[in-house]
Design a protein around this ligand. Structure first.
Ligand SMILES: Cc1cc2nc3c(=O)[nH]c(=O)nc-3n(C[C@H](O)[C@H](O)[C@H](O)COP(=O)(O)OP(=O)(O)OC[C@H]3O[C@@H](n4cnc5c(N)ncnc54)[C@H](O)[C@@H]3O)c2cc1C
Length: 335
């Protein structure tokens, strides 16, 4: 069903990654009515998508934290001021009405009305490259995964991994220690990626098969049971019984819709000034998508972008009011 959200928000943050989440917290603390719109069915952006179980060690004051824990804490912090959260929607169109209100339209037809927009879209929406096997979607989300589940899920199982990049090799190495058996197929013979990780995999119990692809799948009740593997040199096929499949063929980034909104961009990123203002007044960009001199694509850097954008958004909405700086230690969280 298409929702028409006629309520007007002060700030609408497109993208619920780490930077969008922290920006939502800060926007709430500046007492602005805030909404987050996220394409994925979950919040956290690249962190839970790519590295939920990896340790992050380059955020000040946090010596180490897993991607999953960081996401959990960011979501908790972002919800402090109860922003509206819309999941499973890709913002595809943006217009500005004569009265200055921005109208964001999503891929499902929903409309969102807002005084300012903060784009925290990373490099765009993340879409995994799908396995090129006709019936693959029958098993997707059951025991065929594009974004792997928690490690413990694979304990004692026979896991088939398809792919040859860093992520596929990392997964093979990590699962080698926990799964009953790991088989990795890759269509080329030379792996790209970090050499030490590749050597570790080749010298481990992981059954590495190159140049091989998954050419067929069979199973029942939505569960893959057998994978057909094709040797691309001999073109012979063989069958393998498996419990789980992880497909790691990379992902496509769809910056698409935003690049058509008339905002000045460079190499797939949005040009901003020191106030995180884009070329369209009232639209700001923060995090990985924001491009300014000496920009580093780090989570910690994005945490600085957000408050700057929020403060400017507040001034944009209330041009006559003087904006004083606000520390969280000065804010009354009991009200
Ligand atoms: C493997 C890997 C390891 C990393 N390790 C570290 C590390 O150790 N330390 C560190 O600081 N950084 C690390 N990074 C970088 C870090 O993940 C990024 O800098 C960070 O995620 C940027 O946050 P963001 O919120 O700007 O964007 P993202 O995390 O990319 O989130 C953007 C969100 O916007 C959504 N979106 C995009 N377009 C739309 C749209 N049109 N409509 C609705 N939603 C949309 C996307 O679905 C996504 O969820 C790593 C990155 C990778 C890939």
């Amino acid at each position: 069903m298409v929702n028409q959200h006629h309520e007007i928000y002060d700030v609408t943050i497109v993208g619920g990654g780490p930077v969008g989440l922290f920006t939502a917290f800060y926007s709430g603390m500046r007492e602005m009515k805030t909404k987050i719109i996220e394409y994925l069915p979950f919040l956290g952006g690249k962190v839970p998508y790519f590295y939920p179980e990896k340790m992050i060690r380059d955020i000040g004051g946090i010596p180490n934290i897993s991607g999953e824990k960081l996401t959990e804490q960011l979501v908790e912090q972002a919800m402090t001021f109860n922003p509206s959260v819309v999941l499973n929607e890709q913002c595809t169109e943006l217009e500005q009405r004569d009265d200055g209100i921005f109208v964001l339209k999503s891929d499902n037809g929903s409309m969102h009305y807002t005084r300012t927009v903060i784009l925290a879209t990373g490099f765009g929406t993340l879409k995994s490259i799908k396995l090129d096997v006709a019936n693959a979607n029958e098993f997707e989300g059951n025991n065929l995964h594009y974004t792997p589940k928690r490690m413990a899920h694979y304990k004692g199982k026979h896991v088939l991994i398809s792919g040859g990049g860093n992520s596929a090799v990392d997964w093979a190495n990590e699962l080698g220690a926990i799964a009953d058996q790991v088989t990795l197929v890759y269509r080329k013979t030379d792996f790209s990626g970090i050499e030490s990780h590749i050597s570790k995999m080749k010298n481990s119990s992981v059954n590495v098969k190159t140049p091989y692809i998954i050419s067929g799948l069979s199973g029942k009740s939505g569960q893959v049971e057998q994978a057909e593997l094709r040797n691309l040199e001999t073109m012979k096929t063989e069958s393998l019984s498996i419990d789980e499949i992880i497909v790691n063929h990379g992902f496509e980034i769809d910056i698409g819709p935003i690049s058509r909104w008339g905002i000045q961009m460079e190499n797939g990123t949005i040009l901003v000034n020191g106030n995180m203002e884009t070329s369209i007044p009232g639209i700001f960009a923060v995090g990985d998508i924001a491009n300014y001199q000496h920009k580093l694509p780090l989570i910690a850097g994005g945490f600085n972008d957000g408050p700057i954008a929020v403060n400017r958004a507040k001034q944009f909405i209330h041009p006559d009011k003087e904006l004083t700086h606000l520390f969280s230690t000065n804010y009354d969280f009991s009200k």
